[in-house]
Design a protein around this ligand. Sequence first.
Ligand code: URA
Length: 310
Amino acid sequence: MTTTYETRKELISALRYQLDSGIDVSLVDTPEPHTPYMSADSLLKTPEISASIEAPHVTPQGESQSQLKPELRLDTQAQQQSSATQVAAIQHTPSTVPSSSLQPLEQLPSGTPDLSSVSTLGQLKDVLSKFDGCALKKTASNLVFSDGNPDARIMLIGEAPGRDEDRMGLPFVGESGQLLDRMLGSVGFGRNDVYITNTLPWRPPGNRTPSSEEVQMLWPFLCRHIELKAPAIIVALGGSSAKLLLESKMGILKLRGSVTEKLFGGRAIPILATLHPAYLLRTPIQKRSSYSDLLQLRAMADNLNPAATI
Ligand code: URA
């Protein structure tokens, strides 16, 4: 799965994301797979990029990159590796949490329609739009079902729609969505390479934390959504999504970078947990960890069997 950047703007945005993540050295002049068609060297000389490089990277605490404690600096050895080696190294870093099966669809909370007869994503959207059992629907303006490519092999699962998503009826269209696009772009993916949904299809009023009843009530819909989509890889974006999908109480900073297989419709699907873009907007220093997860996603996607159906 190789995506080339179609416009200069996409390319610069991807490179800027890498710079924010601490990848500030170009290692090779000849493009590696997934690196842009211009040499890194000439790109780094463009006015847009050189301006970002010359400005010192300042952390939220006001420290420049060079003043950071050694453990927070990008590993110099890692900087000297080729991007392919970095991917390989990162692939071996995460822990793999043992697999366990999720709550079967037969044990539905009362009031949930029978979803076993729902056989397409379109039907599921329709059933969900007619479902009146969840109070979140009453305060939301729109159902936020999904975006991206229904045929993509990567399914991203965020938390809940925010104000912009509620207004437009699409996930990740606000500020977090823009960052998500840049994150994906930094490893050569566009929206068309992924399918995106959330654990909840309606915005909790005022972006409040959804209650566990709401999450439980909507879980069978998400479960069926995953079964019908049958992705080859799931990415859990953020703590709520990761905890729900991985049935874990651990915080996202512990879960991120881990890959756990879970059963959906009898198929084991690997779930990669990573940081939510909204968190990265508040805590940009964590973009470095996020970028290593993204490289891992890229490696996982590149290792998929092209002939397999999921
Ligand atoms: N945050 C999410 O988790 N999902 C969205 O769709 C938007 C912001």
